[in-house]
Design a protein around this ligand. Structure first.
Ligand code: ASP
Length: 332
């Protein structure tokens, strides 16, 4: 039931610019109260506007009281399988040698982890990462070994290079200038974190990485602690943007540790971004060339986000619906 007390709290939070916007469903059973001791669950967050569609798939699992792990896998498989999404999975832009190499990782409420890096020819690297987690004594497989494992598990080997990406790569070959730019649409990642009806957290992260990267380059997205981290006692975080900068600060582990120290998800993301800002400046690099965005969720279902510069958005689905939010940023 909506009441004025909660409405006032909502308004106060909105006025304070806090990215926490969730509130009430029609049924008392799933009512959510902000900051009232009740948990806002289930809830799922994911990076960029393709997160909206991905969240819908995750929500199908979450609304039926499914496990967050199943939700995040189902969610990120949407952009992975879409040939028009040119930064994730099938349709992803190739490396400088024309090879589509994919990175992904997954983490559940028990701190089980699985990851693949530089995986070719498999449309859904996130599902291979999950199998690494569930069916091997290891946590990470790369390159040819990851492909062999996937095929042995029954995944189909296919050509992931779509015509549009091939055309772009051939165009790029004319100059062969490799310069990852902030917010230029030649890279992106879907990172997704969810809290299920049972109060458990999981996350998934998957990408084709930087377009026209050196063959063998691996970013933050398949690195547990960098592109994704989940601690079922505290919260979860995932990242997008220049992977090298996220790895430099072990970004998502840092965000979760800051939440452990009592910071809100919003403040934790801000502090992690400020660490990147400081290190970039200390290293004499230009901050304008860098984009990194974090999203974070805690055990209460509160969430937040922050990035280096404008242009990053993320999608949030809870009992009130699915919405896209522009993240706040440092470089104004
Ligand atoms: N983080 C990804 C990588 O560095 C790319 C991105 O999210 O834009 O591979």
């Amino acid at each position: 039931m909506t009441n004025r007390r909660n409405f006032l709290k909502t308004t106060a939070l909105a006025t304070a610019g806090v990215a926490f916007q969730s509130f009430h469903s029609k049924s008392d059973e799933t009512e959510v109260e902000i900051n009232s001791g009740k948990t806002n669950k289930p809830i799922v967050l994911s990076t960029w506007n393709f997160g909206l569609q991905a969240n819908e798939a995750a929500w199908e699992v979450l609304k039926n009281k499914g496990r967050a792990l199943d939700a995040v896998e189902a969610g990120v498989k949407i952009p992975e399988g879409d040939p028009n999404e040119r930064s994730v999975g099938y349709g992803g832009r190739p490396d400088r040698d024309g090879r589509v190499t994919l990175d992904a990782c997954i983490m559940d409420e028990f701190s089980n982890i699985g990851s693949v890096a530089c995986l070719e020819h498999i449309k859904h690297p996130i599902s291979v990462a999950r199998m690494v987690m569930e069916k091997t004594p290891h946590v990470m497989l790369v390159g040819e070994g990851a492909l062999q494992f996937a095929i042995a598990q029954g995944f189909k080997k296919e050509n992931l290079l779509v015509e549009a990406s091939e055309k772009e790569w051939k165009e790029w070959l004319k100059t062969s200038e490799y310069l990852p730019k902030a917010n230029i649409e030649n890279h992106d990642t879907i990172g997704m974190i969810a809290l299920d009806a049972q109060g458990n957290l999981s996350g998934a992260c998957t990408t084709s990485g930087m377009a026209f990267k050196m063959h063998g380059r691996v970013g933050d997205s398949p690195i547990i602690g960098a592109g994704l981290y989940v601690d079922n006692e505290i919260g979860a975080a995932t990242a997008t943007g220049h992977g090298e900068e996220v790895i430099r600060i072990t970004g998502c582990h840092l965000v979760v540790e800051l939440m452990r120290q009592g910071k809100s998800p919003q403040k934790a993301c801000e502090e992690a971004v400020m660490r990147i800002v400081k290190l970039t400046q200390n290293r004499g690099k230009n901050l304008k060339d860098i984009q990194v965005g974090f999203i974070a969720l805690n055990k209460k279902g509160e969430f937040g986000s922050y990035c280096v510069q404008g242009g990053f958005n993320y999608a949030v689905h809870d009992v009130t619906g699915n919405k896209l939010i522009d993240a706040n940023y440092f470089l104004k």
